[in-house]
Design a protein around this ligand. Structure first.
Ligand SMILES: Nc1ncnc2c1ncn2[C@@H]1O[C@H](COP(=O)(O)OP(=O)(O)OP(=O)(O)O)[C@@H](O)[C@H]1O
Ligand SMILES: [Mg+2]
Length: 242
């Protein structure tokens, strides 16, 4: 079986000009994710977790290493070298990303935020509408908010909408950066339910979590990160393919 993702020896440093210093965010990061796996990354603040995810999503270009992704459209490609057009296509159709921070589309209602994501995937207008309403209900966003601009939502409501937008796509690969960080336990449970459902549908997921206790029974393997590298090699621990 071809891995969905094969990260090889990724490294990235940042130059902070004000300080005249270079920060090594991560180095020598390697991992392999097979189709349908749900892999977790844990580690302390500043250990480089988001940097790794951003290099996979190509928000950051690494200084070294490769990110081999098995695309439905393009076959296996190195995301570090793929042209911008293909990256935009992949972000639209194959790779979903839930950011650690809120980034909602301005002047767009909650309903259209999700509908547009579904339409991008090629769903029909009635299908998109139905799926959007199902997700808005699942996340218990009050119906009177569905046609309001998300900019006025509370932090937790925005976060739930953010997640719903990524999940409606049923992406081939879903990257989650602490999707439950600022949610109460009840809302976390709602996110967990959807992750479980996506997993049941065979979605491959890589997620950063503060602690994996909440994902117990769902997460297949864990990589623990410290000072820019994995200290616990999940593939070795679990004896899975690498
Ligand atoms: N764009 C950037 N410019 C400069 N430094 C950066 C940048 N992005 C990340 N860093 C630095 O790289 C290191 C790793 O950051 P990263 O965001 O990957 O950590 P993290 O493990 O996700 O932390 P947290 O759990 O707090 O989100 C930090 O020291 C951070 O300051
Ligand atoms: Mg982070």
């Amino acid at each position: 079986m071809t891995p969905v993702l094969r990260v090889e020896n990724l490294g990235k440093s940042f130059t902070v000009h004000e300080l005249g210093k270079t920060i090594r965010a991560c180095h020598g990061v390697s991992m392999t994710i097979m189709p349908g796996e749900f892999v977790g990354i844990t580690g302390r603040s500043g250990s480089g977790k988001s940097t790794v995810l951003k290099m996979i999503y190509r928000t950051y270009v690494p200084d070294e290493g490769r990110v081999l992704y098995d695309s439905a459209r393009f076959g296996t490609i190195d995301l570090c070298e793929t042209d911008e057009r293909s990256i935009l296509y992949l972000r639209k159709r194959e790779i979903g990303y839930v950011s650690q921070f809120l980034n909602l589309i301005p002047r767009t209602t909650a309903r259209s935020t999700i509908e547009e994501a579904a339409l991008d995937m090629g769903r029909s207008a009635p299908e998109a509408r139905e799926e959007a309403e199902a997700l808005l209900s699942h996340f218990e966003l009050p119906p009177e908010l569905w046609d309001s601009f998300a900019a006025t939502f509370s932090g937790g409501e925005k976060l739930r909408l953010n997640i719903a937008r990524a999940m409606v796509k049923h992406p081939r690969l879903l990257l989650l950066d602490e999707p439950t960080a600022s949610l109460d336990d009840y809302s976390k449970g709602k996110v967990r339910d959807l992750i479980e459902r996506l997993k049941g549908e065979g979605t491959t997921m890589l997620g950063i979590f503060h602690d994996l206790e909440f994902m117990q029974g769902l997460c297949d393997r864990e990589y623990a990160m410290s000072a820019g590298n994995f200290t616990k090699r999940a593939d070795v621990l679990a004896g899975a393919a690498s």
